[in-house]
Design a protein around this ligand. Structure first.
Ligand SMILES: C[S@@+](CC[C@H](N)C(=O)[O-])C[C@H]1O[C@@H](n2cnc3c(N)ncnc32)[C@H](O)[C@@H]1O
Length: 252
């Protein structure tokens, strides 16, 4: 597939949170504390959001599922649990994070950049990514890469932070994101810098209708949006376009 990412709105502003060297270093340094910190900061509610992703995927009864930017494997484990017959391959470009996934029992692990997946075109039935797309250098290029490896009609499910649409919730959430979270996470992981950019990163990352447009502009059919807990996280789901379809219908 040779499609190039749509120029707008796929081009990110490019903060430090999208610099692959910084991201790689940051996750390498917090890998051992990531799981505890993550569950503490979300009060364990992220389990429900991951379950939502897993149930969307299982609707199609997929055989091969790729979990990209798997980190220490929480989403891959949730997806495997919901899809016991499927082969779930978990990839990440940060080996220390994958090592944590291995310690937690995952075996189908692969060090790989989400922007250059070592899989052939049309080879996977479903692809999931949780809290990983936001840190990639080019969101549009990543989505194009996901659509390349997915079979036509294959299911993409993205889980990431978003901003609540209701102002009453948005203001206190912003305060938590920018003032409270970096302090607690820095204290728990011993690396405050790794979390210093999280608030700005979430502010910059498209959410809601903007993210639906981004997905649709980069290789996918219209996307569904499922805001979680007033919109502090969002799940997006879309099917990979069948790029050959218009030609096939012309020749018939
Ligand atoms: C916040 S963690 C999310 C881990 C896990 N998916 C979860 O839901 O908890 C983000 C992960 O994305 C990975 N990552 C960021 N950019 C990546 C890239 N270009 N290719 C592969 N992995 C990437 C990082 O190494 C890190 O493990």
């Amino acid at each position: 597939m040779t499609t190039s990412p749509a120029s707008s709105p796929s081009r990110p502003q490019g903060g430090k949170d999208q610099d692959p060297d910084f991201v790689h270093r940051a996750f390498s340094s917090i890998a051992k504390r990531y799981v505890v910190t993550n569950h503490f900061l979300s009060l364990g509610i992220d389990v429900l959001w991951r379950k939502k992703v897993a149930s969307l995927v299982s609707a199609d009864d997929p055989r091969i599922i790729l979990d990209v930017a798997t980190g220490s494997g929480d989403l891959a484990m949730a997806v495997q649990k919901e899809n016991p017959e499927a082969r779930v391959i978990a990839t990440d470009f940060c080996a220390p994070m994958l090592e944590e996934a291995r310690k937690r029992g995952l075996r189908d692990l692969l060090v790989a950049d989400g922007l250059r997946l070592p899989f052939s075109d049309n080879s996977v039935d479903a692809l999931t990514i949780g809290y990983g797309l936001r840190n990639m250098a080019d969101w549009g290029a990543a989505l194009i890469e996901f659509s390349r490896v997915l079979k036509p009609g294959g299911r993409l499910v993205v889980l990431d932070f978003s901003l609540p649409s209701h102002a009453l919730l948005r203001s206190p959430y912003r305060f938590y994101l920018h003032r409270v979270l970096p302090r607690i996470a820095g204290w728990l992981t011993g690396n405050r810098e790794a979390y210093a950019y999280l608030g700005d990163s979430i502010e910059r990352f498209p959410s809601g209708a903007e993210m639906q447009k981004l997905i649709e502009a980069n290789g996918f059919e219209p996307a569904d949006w499922y805001p979680q807990m007033g919109g502090i996280s969002s799940v997006y789901s879309a099917r990979a376009k069948d790029e050959e379809a218009p030609l096939a219908s012309l020749s018939s």
